[in-house]
Design a protein around this ligand. Structure first.
Ligand code: TRP
Length: 451
Protein backbone atom coordinates (compact mmCIF):
# COMPACT_ATOMS: atom_id res chain seq x y z
CA UNK A 1 0.00 0.00 0.00
CA UNK A 2 1.04 3.58 -0.58
CA UNK A 3 2.73 5.13 2.42
CA UNK A 4 0.13 7.91 2.46
CA UNK A 5 -2.45 5.23 3.26
CA UNK A 6 -4.49 6.09 0.19
CA UNK A 7 -5.35 3.07 -1.90
CA UNK A 8 -4.19 3.08 -5.52
CA UNK A 9 -6.86 2.75 -8.23
CA UNK A 10 -7.81 3.56 -11.80
CA UNK A 11 -7.95 7.30 -12.33
CA UNK A 12 -10.41 7.81 -15.19
CA UNK A 13 -13.49 6.13 -16.64
CA UNK A 14 -11.53 5.35 -19.80
CA UNK A 15 -8.76 3.94 -17.63
CA UNK A 16 -11.23 1.57 -15.99
CA UNK A 17 -12.49 0.38 -19.35
CA UNK A 18 -9.10 -0.14 -21.02
CA UNK A 19 -7.71 -1.99 -18.00
CA UNK A 20 -10.78 -4.22 -17.69
CA UNK A 21 -10.92 -4.83 -21.41
CA UNK A 22 -7.19 -5.45 -21.32
CA UNK A 23 -7.87 -8.24 -18.83
CA UNK A 24 -10.66 -9.78 -20.90
CA UNK A 25 -8.88 -9.60 -24.24
CA UNK A 26 -6.03 -12.05 -24.36
CA UNK A 27 -4.88 -15.37 -25.68
CA UNK A 28 -8.44 -16.45 -25.04
CA UNK A 29 -9.49 -14.35 -28.04
CA UNK A 30 -6.60 -15.15 -30.32
CA UNK A 31 -5.65 -18.66 -29.33
CA UNK A 32 -8.60 -20.35 -27.59
CA UNK A 33 -11.60 -18.76 -29.29
CA UNK A 34 -10.63 -19.52 -32.91
CA UNK A 35 -9.34 -23.01 -32.24
CA UNK A 36 -12.31 -24.00 -30.05
CA UNK A 37 -14.73 -22.59 -32.61
CA UNK A 38 -12.87 -24.51 -35.29
CA UNK A 39 -13.04 -27.78 -33.37
CA UNK A 40 -16.67 -27.48 -32.24
CA UNK A 41 -18.72 -26.79 -35.33
CA UNK A 42 -18.12 -23.12 -36.13
CA UNK A 43 -21.23 -20.97 -35.76
CA UNK A 44 -23.13 -23.58 -33.73
CA UNK A 45 -20.49 -23.15 -31.07
CA UNK A 46 -20.59 -19.40 -31.48
CA UNK A 47 -24.31 -19.25 -30.70
CA UNK A 48 -23.92 -21.30 -27.51
CA UNK A 49 -20.93 -19.23 -26.53
CA UNK A 50 -22.97 -16.04 -27.00
CA UNK A 51 -25.75 -17.35 -24.79
CA UNK A 52 -23.23 -18.30 -22.10
CA UNK A 53 -21.58 -14.90 -22.29
CA UNK A 54 -24.90 -13.12 -21.74
CA UNK A 55 -26.44 -15.43 -19.15
CA UNK A 56 -23.32 -16.43 -17.25
CA UNK A 57 -20.26 -14.29 -18.02
CA UNK A 58 -21.87 -10.86 -17.83
CA UNK A 59 -23.85 -11.36 -14.59
CA UNK A 60 -20.80 -12.82 -12.84
CA UNK A 61 -18.68 -9.91 -14.04
CA UNK A 62 -21.14 -7.35 -12.71
CA UNK A 63 -21.31 -9.21 -9.39
CA UNK A 64 -17.54 -9.23 -9.02
CA UNK A 65 -17.24 -5.55 -9.86
CA UNK A 66 -19.84 -4.46 -7.32
CA UNK A 67 -18.37 -6.67 -4.61
CA UNK A 68 -14.87 -5.34 -5.19
CA UNK A 69 -15.90 -1.71 -5.35
CA UNK A 70 -18.01 -1.97 -2.22
CA UNK A 71 -15.26 -3.56 -0.15
CA UNK A 72 -12.29 -1.80 -1.81
CA UNK A 73 -10.04 -4.71 -0.99
CA UNK A 74 -8.25 -7.72 -2.48
CA UNK A 75 -10.24 -10.83 -3.44
CA UNK A 76 -10.03 -12.57 -0.06
CA UNK A 77 -10.51 -9.51 2.16
CA UNK A 78 -13.48 -8.39 0.04
CA UNK A 79 -15.47 -11.46 1.03
CA UNK A 80 -14.39 -11.18 4.66
CA UNK A 81 -15.56 -7.57 4.73
CA UNK A 82 -18.88 -8.30 3.04
CA UNK A 83 -19.61 -11.44 5.05
CA UNK A 84 -17.67 -11.26 8.31
CA UNK A 85 -17.27 -14.41 10.35
CA UNK A 86 -18.35 -16.76 7.57
CA UNK A 87 -16.60 -19.14 5.19
CA UNK A 88 -17.35 -17.11 2.04
CA UNK A 89 -13.73 -15.88 1.94
CA UNK A 90 -12.89 -19.32 0.55
CA UNK A 91 -14.15 -18.01 -2.82
CA UNK A 92 -11.31 -15.51 -2.75
CA UNK A 93 -8.80 -18.12 -1.65
CA UNK A 94 -9.90 -20.46 -4.45
CA UNK A 95 -9.50 -17.50 -6.80
CA UNK A 96 -5.88 -17.03 -5.82
CA UNK A 97 -5.28 -20.73 -6.49
CA UNK A 98 -6.95 -20.40 -9.91
CA UNK A 99 -4.82 -17.35 -10.71
CA UNK A 100 -1.70 -19.44 -10.10
CA UNK A 101 -2.89 -22.37 -12.16
CA UNK A 102 -3.96 -20.15 -15.07
CA UNK A 103 -0.75 -18.13 -14.98
CA UNK A 104 1.27 -21.37 -14.97
CA UNK A 105 0.20 -22.37 -18.47
CA UNK A 106 -0.76 -18.92 -19.75
CA UNK A 107 2.74 -17.50 -19.28
CA UNK A 108 4.13 -20.48 -21.18
CA UNK A 109 1.86 -19.90 -24.18
CA UNK A 110 2.68 -16.19 -23.94
CA UNK A 111 6.36 -17.18 -23.89
CA UNK A 112 5.92 -19.04 -27.18
CA UNK A 113 4.17 -15.97 -28.59
CA UNK A 114 7.06 -13.69 -27.55
CA UNK A 115 9.54 -16.16 -29.03
CA UNK A 116 7.50 -16.24 -32.24
CA UNK A 117 7.68 -12.46 -32.56
CA UNK A 118 11.46 -12.81 -32.69
CA UNK A 119 11.32 -15.85 -34.98
CA UNK A 120 8.92 -14.04 -37.30
CA UNK A 121 11.22 -11.02 -37.41
CA UNK A 122 14.18 -13.22 -38.27
CA UNK A 123 12.23 -14.79 -41.15
CA UNK A 124 13.02 -18.30 -39.95
CA UNK A 125 9.33 -19.26 -39.82
CA UNK A 126 8.62 -18.44 -43.44
CA UNK A 127 7.80 -21.88 -44.79
CA UNK A 128 4.63 -23.03 -46.50
CA UNK A 129 5.40 -26.61 -45.49
CA UNK A 130 3.54 -27.57 -42.28
CA UNK A 131 6.24 -30.15 -41.59
CA UNK A 132 8.77 -27.33 -41.29
CA UNK A 133 6.57 -25.15 -39.05
CA UNK A 134 5.73 -28.19 -36.93
CA UNK A 135 9.43 -28.80 -36.54
CA UNK A 136 10.04 -25.18 -35.49
CA UNK A 137 7.35 -25.42 -32.81
CA UNK A 138 8.47 -28.83 -31.52
CA UNK A 139 12.07 -27.68 -31.27
CA UNK A 140 11.00 -24.76 -29.08
CA UNK A 141 8.65 -26.59 -26.73
CA UNK A 142 10.75 -29.73 -26.30
CA UNK A 143 13.80 -27.80 -25.12
CA UNK A 144 13.90 -27.66 -21.32
CA UNK A 145 15.87 -24.43 -21.02
CA UNK A 146 14.07 -22.53 -23.73
CA UNK A 147 10.73 -23.52 -22.23
CA UNK A 148 11.78 -22.04 -18.90
CA UNK A 149 13.53 -18.98 -20.29
CA UNK A 150 10.60 -17.78 -22.40
CA UNK A 151 8.32 -18.09 -19.37
CA UNK A 152 10.72 -16.16 -17.14
CA UNK A 153 11.01 -13.38 -19.71
CA UNK A 154 7.23 -13.06 -19.79
CA UNK A 155 6.97 -13.10 -15.98
CA UNK A 156 9.65 -10.41 -15.70
CA UNK A 157 7.90 -8.22 -18.26
CA UNK A 158 4.61 -8.45 -16.36
CA UNK A 159 6.27 -8.01 -12.95
CA UNK A 160 7.95 -4.79 -14.05
CA UNK A 161 4.58 -3.30 -15.01
CA UNK A 162 2.89 -4.54 -11.82
CA UNK A 163 5.57 -3.05 -9.57
CA UNK A 164 4.78 0.39 -10.99
CA UNK A 165 1.31 0.21 -9.45
CA UNK A 166 -2.33 0.14 -10.46
CA UNK A 167 -2.64 3.59 -12.04
CA UNK A 168 0.97 4.09 -13.11
CA UNK A 169 1.53 0.47 -14.17
CA UNK A 170 -1.61 -1.38 -15.22
CA UNK A 171 -3.72 1.59 -16.31
CA UNK A 172 -0.97 3.42 -18.12
CA UNK A 173 0.27 0.32 -19.95
CA UNK A 174 -3.15 -0.92 -21.07
CA UNK A 175 -4.00 2.58 -22.30
CA UNK A 176 -1.04 2.35 -24.64
CA UNK A 177 -1.55 -1.25 -25.68
CA UNK A 178 -5.29 -1.36 -26.48
CA UNK A 179 -5.16 1.08 -29.43
CA UNK A 180 -2.20 -0.83 -30.87
CA UNK A 181 -4.17 -4.05 -30.52
CA UNK A 182 -7.20 -2.73 -32.40
CA UNK A 183 -5.07 -1.17 -35.14
CA UNK A 184 -3.15 -4.38 -35.84
CA UNK A 185 -6.30 -6.48 -35.68
CA UNK A 186 -8.04 -4.27 -38.23
CA UNK A 187 -5.08 -4.37 -40.62
CA UNK A 188 -4.96 -8.18 -40.52
CA UNK A 189 -8.76 -8.43 -40.93
CA UNK A 190 -8.75 -6.25 -44.01
CA UNK A 191 -5.99 -8.38 -45.49
CA UNK A 192 -7.94 -11.56 -44.67
CA UNK A 193 -11.22 -10.30 -46.12
CA UNK A 194 -9.57 -9.44 -49.43
CA UNK A 195 -8.30 -13.00 -49.91
CA UNK A 196 -10.10 -15.40 -52.29
CA UNK A 197 -11.03 -17.81 -49.48
CA UNK A 198 -12.75 -15.12 -47.42
CA UNK A 199 -16.28 -16.34 -48.23
CA UNK A 200 -15.55 -19.89 -47.19
CA UNK A 201 -13.86 -18.76 -43.99
CA UNK A 202 -16.76 -16.53 -43.02
CA UNK A 203 -19.29 -19.23 -43.82
CA UNK A 204 -17.38 -21.57 -41.55
CA UNK A 205 -17.47 -19.02 -38.75
CA UNK A 206 -21.07 -17.91 -39.20
CA UNK A 207 -22.98 -20.93 -40.53
CA UNK A 208 -24.23 -23.17 -37.73
CA UNK A 209 -23.63 -26.94 -37.76
CA UNK A 210 -25.48 -28.32 -34.75
CA UNK A 211 -24.72 -31.96 -35.53
CA UNK A 212 -21.48 -31.80 -33.52
CA UNK A 213 -23.01 -30.21 -30.42
CA UNK A 214 -23.11 -32.28 -27.19
CA UNK A 215 -23.25 -31.40 -23.48
CA UNK A 216 -19.47 -31.45 -23.65
CA UNK A 217 -19.62 -28.66 -26.25
CA UNK A 218 -21.87 -26.62 -23.97
CA UNK A 219 -19.40 -27.07 -21.10
CA UNK A 220 -16.53 -25.92 -23.31
CA UNK A 221 -18.52 -22.86 -24.41
CA UNK A 222 -19.37 -21.99 -20.82
CA UNK A 223 -15.76 -22.45 -19.74
CA UNK A 224 -14.63 -20.20 -22.55
CA UNK A 225 -17.17 -17.54 -21.53
CA UNK A 226 -15.71 -17.56 -18.00
CA UNK A 227 -12.15 -17.53 -19.26
CA UNK A 228 -12.75 -14.85 -21.87
CA UNK A 229 -14.31 -12.41 -19.45
CA UNK A 230 -11.76 -13.17 -16.70
CA UNK A 231 -14.53 -14.06 -14.27
CA UNK A 232 -15.08 -16.74 -11.63
CA UNK A 233 -11.89 -16.27 -9.63
CA UNK A 234 -11.58 -12.79 -8.21
CA UNK A 235 -9.76 -10.96 -10.99
CA UNK A 236 -12.78 -8.78 -11.51
CA UNK A 237 -13.27 -8.38 -7.75
CA UNK A 238 -9.72 -7.06 -7.57
CA UNK A 239 -10.21 -4.74 -10.56
CA UNK A 240 -13.62 -3.66 -9.26
CA UNK A 241 -11.91 -2.57 -6.06
CA UNK A 242 -9.94 -0.05 -8.17
CA UNK A 243 -13.05 1.32 -9.93
CA UNK A 244 -14.12 4.91 -9.49
CA UNK A 245 -17.05 5.59 -7.19
CA UNK A 246 -19.02 7.13 -10.07
CA UNK A 247 -18.32 4.29 -12.54
CA UNK A 248 -21.55 2.90 -14.01
CA UNK A 249 -20.83 -0.78 -13.38
CA UNK A 250 -23.53 -2.52 -15.47
CA UNK A 251 -22.70 -0.26 -18.42
CA UNK A 252 -18.96 -0.77 -18.03
CA UNK A 253 -19.29 -4.56 -17.83
CA UNK A 254 -21.59 -4.62 -20.88
CA UNK A 255 -19.18 -2.51 -22.90
CA UNK A 256 -16.26 -4.69 -21.94
CA UNK A 257 -18.24 -7.82 -22.83
CA UNK A 258 -19.21 -6.42 -26.25
CA UNK A 259 -15.72 -5.15 -27.05
CA UNK A 260 -14.23 -8.48 -26.03
CA UNK A 261 -16.70 -10.28 -28.28
CA UNK A 262 -15.80 -7.97 -31.12
CA UNK A 263 -12.10 -8.77 -30.68
CA UNK A 264 -12.87 -12.52 -30.65
CA UNK A 265 -14.92 -12.25 -33.84
CA UNK A 266 -12.29 -10.10 -35.54
CA UNK A 267 -9.65 -12.67 -34.57
CA UNK A 268 -11.85 -15.35 -36.15
CA UNK A 269 -12.25 -13.17 -39.24
CA UNK A 270 -8.50 -12.63 -39.38
CA UNK A 271 -7.73 -16.34 -39.09
CA UNK A 272 -10.34 -18.46 -40.89
CA UNK A 273 -10.34 -16.80 -44.35
CA UNK A 274 -6.56 -17.06 -44.50
CA UNK A 275 -6.61 -20.68 -43.36
CA UNK A 276 -9.18 -21.62 -46.04
CA UNK A 277 -7.55 -19.59 -48.79
CA UNK A 278 -4.32 -21.53 -48.47
CA UNK A 279 -5.96 -24.91 -47.97
CA UNK A 280 -5.23 -25.62 -44.31
CA UNK A 281 -7.53 -27.37 -41.83
CA UNK A 282 -9.50 -25.07 -39.51
CA UNK A 283 -9.70 -27.54 -36.64
CA UNK A 284 -6.06 -27.88 -35.68
CA UNK A 285 -6.66 -27.00 -32.02
CA UNK A 286 -4.05 -25.04 -30.10
CA UNK A 287 -1.43 -25.72 -32.74
CA UNK A 288 -3.54 -23.54 -35.06
CA UNK A 289 -1.66 -20.53 -33.74
CA UNK A 290 1.88 -21.86 -33.79
CA UNK A 291 1.93 -24.38 -36.62
CA UNK A 292 -0.88 -23.58 -39.02
CA UNK A 293 -0.71 -19.78 -38.96
CA UNK A 294 3.01 -19.45 -39.81
CA UNK A 295 2.52 -21.75 -42.80
CA UNK A 296 -0.57 -19.78 -43.80
CA UNK A 297 1.30 -16.47 -43.62
CA UNK A 298 4.21 -17.91 -45.57
CA UNK A 299 1.79 -18.70 -48.40
CA UNK A 300 0.59 -15.11 -48.55
CA UNK A 301 2.14 -12.15 -50.37
CA UNK A 302 4.01 -9.99 -47.83
CA UNK A 303 3.24 -12.76 -45.35
CA UNK A 304 6.41 -12.11 -43.35
CA UNK A 305 5.12 -8.71 -42.34
CA UNK A 306 1.66 -10.00 -41.45
CA UNK A 307 3.18 -12.79 -39.41
CA UNK A 308 5.17 -10.30 -37.32
CA UNK A 309 2.04 -8.17 -36.83
CA UNK A 310 -0.02 -11.21 -35.87
CA UNK A 311 2.34 -12.35 -33.12
CA UNK A 312 2.82 -8.79 -31.82
CA UNK A 313 -0.98 -8.65 -31.60
CA UNK A 314 -1.03 -11.85 -29.56
CA UNK A 315 1.78 -10.59 -27.30
CA UNK A 316 -0.04 -7.32 -26.66
CA UNK A 317 -3.29 -9.11 -25.92
CA UNK A 318 -1.60 -11.56 -23.56
CA UNK A 319 0.07 -8.76 -21.60
CA UNK A 320 -3.14 -7.05 -20.42
CA UNK A 321 -4.61 -10.40 -19.42
CA UNK A 322 -1.53 -11.47 -17.47
CA UNK A 323 -1.43 -8.15 -15.62
CA UNK A 324 -4.89 -8.88 -14.23
CA UNK A 325 -3.97 -12.43 -13.22
CA UNK A 326 -0.71 -11.37 -11.59
CA UNK A 327 -2.48 -8.56 -9.72
CA UNK A 328 -4.74 -10.98 -7.79
CA UNK A 329 -2.06 -12.54 -5.51
CA UNK A 330 -0.08 -9.29 -5.41
CA UNK A 331 -3.10 -7.41 -4.01
CA UNK A 332 -3.70 -10.17 -1.45
CA UNK A 333 -0.07 -10.12 -0.28
CA UNK A 334 0.29 -6.35 -0.27
CA UNK A 335 -2.92 -5.77 1.66
CA UNK A 336 -2.85 -8.70 4.06
CA UNK A 337 0.83 -8.99 4.94
CA UNK A 338 3.57 -6.56 5.83
CA UNK A 339 5.04 -6.82 2.34
CA UNK A 340 5.23 -3.69 0.22
CA UNK A 341 3.78 -3.82 -3.29
CA UNK A 342 7.30 -4.36 -4.56
CA UNK A 343 7.91 -7.21 -2.14
CA UNK A 344 4.53 -8.74 -2.98
CA UNK A 345 5.35 -8.60 -6.69
CA UNK A 346 8.66 -10.41 -6.38
CA UNK A 347 7.29 -13.05 -4.00
CA UNK A 348 4.50 -13.69 -6.53
CA UNK A 349 7.05 -13.74 -9.34
CA UNK A 350 9.10 -16.41 -7.57
CA UNK A 351 6.05 -18.51 -6.72
CA UNK A 352 4.77 -18.30 -10.30
CA UNK A 353 8.15 -19.28 -11.69
CA UNK A 354 8.04 -22.45 -9.57
CA UNK A 355 4.41 -23.44 -10.27
CA UNK A 356 4.76 -22.28 -13.85
CA UNK A 357 7.70 -24.56 -14.52
CA UNK A 358 5.39 -27.56 -14.08
CA UNK A 359 3.42 -26.33 -17.10
CA UNK A 360 6.47 -25.01 -18.95
CA UNK A 361 8.19 -28.37 -18.89
CA UNK A 362 5.10 -30.35 -19.91
CA UNK A 363 6.40 -30.85 -23.44
CA UNK A 364 9.97 -31.63 -22.41
CA UNK A 365 11.33 -32.85 -19.08
CA UNK A 366 7.90 -33.55 -17.57
CA UNK A 367 6.23 -34.77 -20.78
CA UNK A 368 5.71 -38.24 -19.32
CA UNK A 369 4.31 -37.12 -15.99
CA UNK A 370 0.55 -37.50 -16.11
CA UNK A 371 -2.11 -36.68 -13.51
CA UNK A 372 -5.70 -37.69 -14.32
CA UNK A 373 -4.32 -38.70 -17.71
CA UNK A 374 -3.05 -35.20 -18.52
CA UNK A 375 0.23 -33.32 -18.42
CA UNK A 376 0.43 -30.48 -15.91
CA UNK A 377 -0.11 -27.98 -18.72
CA UNK A 378 -3.30 -29.67 -19.91
CA UNK A 379 -4.49 -30.34 -16.36
CA UNK A 380 -4.13 -26.70 -15.26
CA UNK A 381 -5.86 -25.54 -18.43
CA UNK A 382 -8.69 -28.07 -18.18
CA UNK A 383 -9.26 -27.78 -14.43
CA UNK A 384 -9.41 -23.99 -14.42
CA UNK A 385 -11.38 -23.39 -17.60
CA UNK A 386 -13.91 -26.18 -17.16
CA UNK A 387 -14.26 -26.61 -13.41
CA UNK A 388 -12.69 -24.03 -11.09
CA UNK A 389 -13.95 -20.91 -12.85
CA UNK A 390 -17.45 -22.34 -13.12
CA UNK A 391 -17.50 -23.29 -9.43
CA UNK A 392 -16.15 -19.87 -8.49
CA UNK A 393 -18.78 -18.19 -10.66
CA UNK A 394 -21.52 -20.33 -9.15
CA UNK A 395 -20.57 -19.31 -5.61
CA UNK A 396 -20.14 -15.67 -6.56
CA UNK A 397 -23.71 -15.67 -7.92
CA UNK A 398 -25.01 -17.43 -4.83
CA UNK A 399 -23.24 -14.88 -2.68
CA UNK A 400 -24.43 -11.84 -4.64
CA UNK A 401 -27.95 -13.11 -5.26
CA UNK A 402 -28.78 -14.81 -1.98
CA UNK A 403 -26.37 -13.87 0.79
CA UNK A 404 -25.51 -10.24 0.24
CA UNK A 405 -29.03 -8.84 -0.05
CA UNK A 406 -30.73 -6.92 -2.81
CA UNK A 407 -30.67 -3.57 -1.02
CA UNK A 408 -26.87 -3.50 -0.96
CA UNK A 409 -26.70 -4.60 -4.59
CA UNK A 410 -29.23 -2.07 -5.72
CA UNK A 411 -27.26 0.64 -4.00
CA UNK A 412 -24.04 -0.40 -5.71
CA UNK A 413 -25.55 -0.91 -9.16
CA UNK A 414 -27.28 2.46 -9.11
CA UNK A 415 -24.36 4.28 -7.47
CA UNK A 416 -26.43 5.10 -4.42
CA UNK A 417 -29.52 5.97 -6.44
CA UNK A 418 -27.81 8.48 -8.76
CA UNK A 419 -28.22 6.27 -11.83
CA UNK A 420 -31.66 5.79 -13.26
CA UNK A 421 -31.34 2.09 -14.09
CA UNK A 422 -34.09 0.29 -12.18
CA UNK A 423 -34.85 -2.08 -15.07
CA UNK A 424 -31.21 -3.16 -15.31
CA UNK A 425 -31.04 -3.77 -11.58
CA UNK A 426 -34.21 -5.87 -11.67
CA UNK A 427 -33.05 -7.94 -14.63
CA UNK A 428 -29.66 -8.51 -13.04
CA UNK A 429 -31.21 -9.57 -9.74
CA UNK A 430 -33.41 -12.22 -11.34
CA UNK A 431 -30.63 -13.57 -13.57
CA UNK A 432 -28.04 -13.75 -10.80
CA UNK A 433 -30.44 -15.40 -8.37
CA UNK A 434 -32.01 -18.01 -10.60
CA UNK A 435 -30.80 -18.21 -14.19
CA UNK A 436 -27.02 -18.20 -13.86
CA UNK A 437 -26.62 -20.55 -10.88
CA UNK A 438 -29.05 -23.13 -12.26
CA UNK A 439 -27.49 -22.98 -15.71
CA UNK A 440 -23.94 -23.30 -14.40
CA UNK A 441 -24.94 -26.17 -12.15
CA UNK A 442 -26.69 -28.10 -14.94
CA UNK A 443 -23.92 -27.57 -17.45
CA UNK A 444 -21.28 -28.64 -14.93
CA UNK A 445 -23.15 -31.84 -14.01
CA UNK A 446 -23.88 -32.80 -17.61
CA UNK A 447 -20.63 -31.61 -19.15
CA UNK A 448 -18.54 -33.52 -16.63
CA UNK A 449 -20.71 -36.58 -17.22
CA UNK A 450 -21.95 -36.72 -13.63
CA UNK A 451 -25.57 -37.20 -14.76
N1 TRP B 1 -9.49 -13.25 -20.26
C1 TRP B 1 -8.12 -13.53 -20.56
C2 TRP B 1 -8.01 -14.09 -21.97
O1 TRP B 1 -8.94 -14.20 -22.67
C3 TRP B 1 -7.48 -14.48 -19.59
C4 TRP B 1 -7.67 -14.08 -18.19
C5 TRP B 1 -7.20 -12.97 -17.57
C6 TRP B 1 -8.42 -14.78 -17.23
N2 TRP B 1 -7.63 -12.93 -16.29
C7 TRP B 1 -8.37 -14.03 -16.05
C8 TRP B 1 -9.14 -15.95 -17.29
C9 TRP B 1 -9.08 -14.46 -14.93
C10 TRP B 1 -9.82 -16.37 -16.16
C11 TRP B 1 -9.80 -15.64 -15.00
O2 TRP B 1 -6.98 -14.43 -22.42
Amino acid sequence: MESSGKRDGFTTTVGVIVATLGSAVGLGNIWKFPSLTGMNGGAAFLIIYLAMTLLVGLPVMISEHVMGRKARADAITTLQKLAPGSAWWLIGAAGVLSAFLIMAFYTEVAGWVFAYVIKALSGSLLSTDPAVTTQAFTTLVSNTWWSLIVQWVVLLWVAFIIVAGVSKGIERMTKRLMPILFAILLIICIRALTLPGAGEGLRFLFQPDFSVVTWGTVLVAMGLAFFKLSVGMGTMITYGSYFREDQNIPLTATRVMLADLLVSLLAGIAIFPTVFTYGFAPDAGPSLLFITMPAVFASMPAGGLFMVLFFVLAAVAATGAMLSLFEVPVAVLAERTKLSRKGATWVTFAALAVVGSLAALSSSTLADVHLFGMTFFDLFDYATQNILLALGGLFICLFAGWKWGSAAIQEQLSNGGTLNNGVVVKAYTIVVKYVTPILVFLVLLNGLGIV
